[in-house]
Design a protein around this ligand. Structure first.
Ligand code: PLP
Length: 366
């Protein structure tokens, strides 16, 4: 059994993926080939925004967003401490300081009731994460941002395909960002990501930053980077996109089936009102998680821990001056969470085996 089964996915779509990749090999436009524009149009339509820009990774996309907003030394950007390193890494990369706000225990997303007290005159962006595949309440976050004149960027690396009151992740804030890392809900076969906005000027600026700071050859008005998405990877996503709605529905169905069976033995993912969840990770709490994980592993069932350490505990952010105890909800989550196998091709017998093994392990350890 695999934690995320990309081989079965490839076999299911092989004819389309191979044909799309062969077309790129044949026309030979490997950098910014025609598949890039085709994919970007499809992504913009999907997210309900005017512009989608494909980029080299979900980390580059966040950095480009911050650079486009002219965020740099002396500035602060608010995010959460319970997330993947990229969410705060990019803040440091542009020379700004990450300011962490603790999460809610049920959804693992930013605790909006603590957001306003973290805003200072130096705050230049609020960059919440839509962790594990569902969004924090962006109506409330956007309203607070607007009240203080601070732009909001959604780190939707894990939530592409999720909705909030009918609107899609990456289409609800000034800038949305996602990742196409292979294990993400919409993954390619390498690194990749995308930016989303309906602001024409910002879209142009982000396009320029993605391409060494300029849109015309040998003309570089901005400090940019090589942040372009690979045309072969765009071909992979174009082959996978027609199946994405089915995959999102399967993830939701499998997540609901897990939760129905596990609810009586552990804290299962809570879905906030108005949200759908794409379960980039299906994450439960098990206070004795190392023992539980070991028991599952002995039965051939893989699990994973996202995230065993909060970002304020990481040496790279020591200079920010945070201490253990500053973010108790995140810290508790980091020692309790355990993610179970989750992908659209997980069979019902495998789901049942996972559920039974998990229940046996948790109850034995109580
Ligand atoms: C919350 C979050 N932000 C950013 C990223 C960065 O994406 P990438 O791995 O494509 O650079 C990831 C993915 O790993 C992520 O989970």
């Amino acid at each position: 059994m695999q934690f995320i089964d990309l081989q079965t996915q490839y076999k299911s779509y092989q004819a389309e993926v191979d044909a799309r990749m062969r077309a790129v090999l044949t026309h030979g436009q490997f950098i910014m080939g025609p598949e890039i524009a085709e994919l970007e149009a499809a992504l913009a339509t999907y997210a309900g925004v005017k512009h989608a820009l494909s980029v080299a990774s979900g980390t580059d996309s966040l950095e480009i967003a911050l650079r486009a907003l002219d965020i740099g030394p002396g500035d602060e950007v608010i995010t959460v401490p319970f997330t993947w390193i990229s969410s705060a890494e990019v803040i440091g990369l542009v020379g700004a300081r990450p300011v962490f706000v603790d999460i809610e225990p049920e959804t693992y997303n930013l605790d909006i009731s603590r957001l306003e007290q973290a805003i200072t005159p130096r705050t230049k962006a609020i960059m919440p994460v839509s962790l594990f595949g569902q969004m924090p309440d962006y109506d409330r976050i956007n309203a607070l941002g607007a009240q203080h004149g601070i732009p909001v960027i959604e780190d939707g690396a894990q939530s592409f395909g999720a909705t909030q009151r009918g609107r899609r992740s990456c289409g609800v804030t000034l800038i949305g960002s996602t990742s196409f890392f292979p294990a993400k809900p919409l993954g390619c076969y390498g690194d990749g990501g995308a930016l989303f906005t309906s602001d024409d000027a910002l879209a142009d600026k982000m396009r320029a930053i993605r391409n060494h700071g300029g849109l015309k050859r040998h003309h570089h008005p901005l400090l940019g980077m090589n942040g372009r998405f690979d045309t072969l990877q765009a071909a992979v996503l174009l082959a996978k996109l027609p199946h994405f709605d089915w995959e999102v529905a399967e993830r939701a169905r499998i997540g609901a089936r897990y939760s129905q069976r596990l609810r009586s033995v552990c804290a299962v993912p809570a879905i906030a009102p108005g949200n759908t969840h794409v379960y980039a990770q299906y994450t439960v709490r098990a206070p004795n998680r190392d023992l539980v994980a070991a028991q599952l592993k002995a039965q051939g069932i893989p699990t994973a821990v996202y995230y065993p350490k909060c970002l304020h505990e990481q040496p790279v952010f020591a200079a920010c001056g945070y201490q253990l105890g500053d973010f108790p909800v995140s810290e508790k989550a980091s020692v309790e969470v355990l993610s179970l196998p989750m992908h659209p091709f997980l069979t019902e017998p495998d789901q049942d085996r996972i559920v039974q093994a998990f229940i046996a392990a948790v109850t034995a350890e109580k």
